[in-house]
Design a protein around this ligand. Structure first.
Ligand SMILES: Nc1nc2c(ncn2[C@@H]2O[C@H](COP(=O)(O)OP(=O)(O)OP(=O)(O)O)[C@@H](O)[C@H]2O)c(=O)[nH]1
Ligand SMILES: [Mg+2]
Length: 300
């Protein structure tokens, strides 16, 4: 096919600006987990969209903080650096109503990785600017910096102007054949996504430190005739955290399981049985070997 474009797009920015929500919107599928808490995304994950003219390989990345301490923080910064290194097109996501100090730090981080590639700014959450007259001065101010080849205001939540971003990205991709089969949605398998959907519910339902001391391991994943049978363990660092997560009479764990099962059934288009346990594994987040055994080493 002449003129077909295909390439990798790194989606990066500070935590919580809506990177994963934006990719889900573009894909029209709930592939990536999202939550109101920062640092929800921990891995570099590919979301693939194929049209008649192009194949878009969107790389979701963990929110960029830079210089975080501990093995998990280093893993997350490394995942961003690797995505920026391999992408054809760089899209920084920021959120209305203004750029913050953490956005400036993310910008500083990418400046060292540009190598002549254009930088596109997706200015997300415009639905939060009730007075659109405020948007124009912000756009003008950002434009004057000369840092961004394009600035696209949009809302990942309601979908407005997301198509404009897709057009800008398409024009930036190299002319070449598709790199993945046209019906492939991700580079991650359903077993990996199952763990993510469980972790998503912990991020959405629990306050303070609980999400940050939690990881999920899928012990078995079996496709049976009538349903998909999944057994999973949620790891926390201390006994007290386990008690909070399990909740009174098991109510907390049950709510996590029910909601995660619904997301999984939506993704797989099949009935799911989900068996869920909580176990304590002290210090997993700062132990490089524990991280590897929990699947944190395979993406950087
Ligand atoms: N109002 C509004 N909220 C949004 C929009 N896009 C995302 N959000 C919300 O912002 C929060 C963060 O969204 P995520 O997609 O998880 O953000 P992220 O940048 O991937 O965050 P990390 O993975 O933690 O770096 C969620 O509560 C989203 O619902 C938007 O366009 N408008
Ligand atoms: Mg995310």
């Amino acid at each position: 096919m002449s003129g077909f474009r295909s390439g990798t797009i790194a989606i990066f920015g500070r935590p919580n600006v809506g990177k994963s929500t934006l990719i889900n919107r573009v894909l029209g599928h709930r592939l990536l987990i999202t939550s109101p808490k920062p640092q929800t995304t921990r891995h570099r994950i590919l979301g693939i969209k194929t049209t008649a003219q192009a194949q878009f390989l969107y790389l979701d990345t963990p929110g960029l903080v830079g210089g975080g301490k501990g093995a998990l923080a280093r893993h997350m910064d490394g995942a961003v650096a690797q995505a920026l290194g391999e992408a054809d097109c760089l899209v920084m996501v920021a959120a209305c109503p203004r750029l913050q100090e953490e956005d400036e730090r993310a910008l500083q981080f990418v400046r060292d990785h540009l190598r002549g590639r254009a930088l596109i700014l997706a200015l997300n959450k415009v639905d939060r600017m009730p007075d659109k007259a405020q948007l124009l001065p912000l756009m003008a101010e950002l434009g004057r910096r000369g840092t961004f080849a394009e600035i696209v205001p949009l809302s990942a939540r309601d979908g407005s102007n997301v198509d404009a971003l897709e057009r800008v990205i398409e024009a930036a991709l190299p002319v070449q054949a598709a790199l993945y089969p046209e019906d492939q949605l991700s580079d991650r398998n359903d077993r990996f996504l199952a763990a993510e959907f469980i972790r998503e519910q912990v991020f959405r339902r629990f306050a303070k430190e609980i999400p940050y001391v939690t990881t999920v391991d899928i012990e078995s994943f079996r496709v049976e005739r009538r349903l998909v049978r999944i057994e999973a363990v949620i790891y926390v660092e201390k006994e007290g955290q386990k008690a909070i997560l399990v909740g009174e009479g098991g109510a907390g764990l049950k709510a996590v399981g029910t909601a995660a099962r619904h997301t999984l059934e939506g993704h797989l288009g099949r009935k799911v049985y989900l068996g869920l346990w909580v176990k304590v594994r002290g210090g997993w987040s700062d132990d490089a070997r524990a991280l590897r055994s929990l699947g944190y080493a395979d993406d950087n």
